[in-house]
Design a protein. Sequence first.
Length: 394
Amino acid sequence: METSIPIKTLISVDPITFPLTGIGRYTWELIQQLQLLSDIELSYFSGRRIVQQLPSPDAGSLTDTPNATSDRFRLKRLVQSNGVFLELYRLCLPLLQRQALKGYEEHIYHATNYYLPPLSGPGVATFHDLSPFTWAHYHPAQRVRFMQKSMRASLGRASALITDSEFTRREVADYFSWPLDKVFAVPLASGSEFHPRSSDACRAILNEYDLDHGGYTLYVGTIEPRKNLLTLLDAYSRLPLSMRRRWPLIFAGYYGWGSDAVHRRIDKAKAEGWAKYLGFTPSEHLPVLYSGARLFTFPSFYEGFGLPVLEAMASGVPVVCSDSASLPEVVGDCGLMTTAENVEGFTELIRRGLEDEIWRDSAILSGQIRAKKFSWQECAQNTYKVYKRVVEQI
């Protein structure tokens, strides 16, 4: 195959559902930038068919309330918890996909969400993290079995792997004894919508949540055990009550699996006047919620990248987070970090993040500078380099 002609590429677009989150955001942003390259010919794979157009936002999904979106998410999780359904799906879907992919042997297939279908041609899979293996106890058992089987199947079909961070690159190579030179770290980026905003620019949306600009500490992400939110609540509860009420702790994200204990704690803190759960917030609100925060906290036990931390820095918000997994790659020396289990350490870092104006000014400036070093354009260019390398080795 000649590399002087455009590289024919099929990209899985199943993760693109609106409003965009996580892997859907990655897939959407990557494709937007790949479309600008002249040396690539893109087609898309959805479910079990080839399509030429990307999925587009429908009016209903973009205007869903947080509760409506959360209801759909809980329904999805309920279906995923059905082991018989998941196993039938896992066994039957590849047969249908194999048939749909006949005639596309000269295309590189890029699986943006771990799973590569049966292929006759080259395939690239993005492994965002290894939590179904290394943190399996923080996922539902049915999902773990499904993901482990699917990921192992991908490893048997892949010509190369992409990860979101150097940490995950080395973790994948070590865990599966995969050649390190066939695993490529391609960092993510924050979107242009994440930038500092004035109090006036934030007022209308913050009023909807009864929040004041600069008047709260923020966490963004799914409410689930892996995010270590009980530690965050423990740490915040050690601050003086007057400080907690001045800057309440705000949670924004899906009501995830195994989160009942966290929600009970949030409800108790809410009754005491120092915490609130917003649910899943519409995509157009999220950048404003970041911009309006005085501090961003992210105590996660494990991340393949940690995009919320980057989005916070891009928004001009100081960051306090754990030093787990890939997070130091994202934060650099721009935020305050401690070990995920260190309750007392988090308390002191949060106190400093809220009160130390000299550090805050430095962190805001350095965080914005660092966030600009990550770009979706560079993500696409480095992804294209992986495609090119795979083609050259055929």
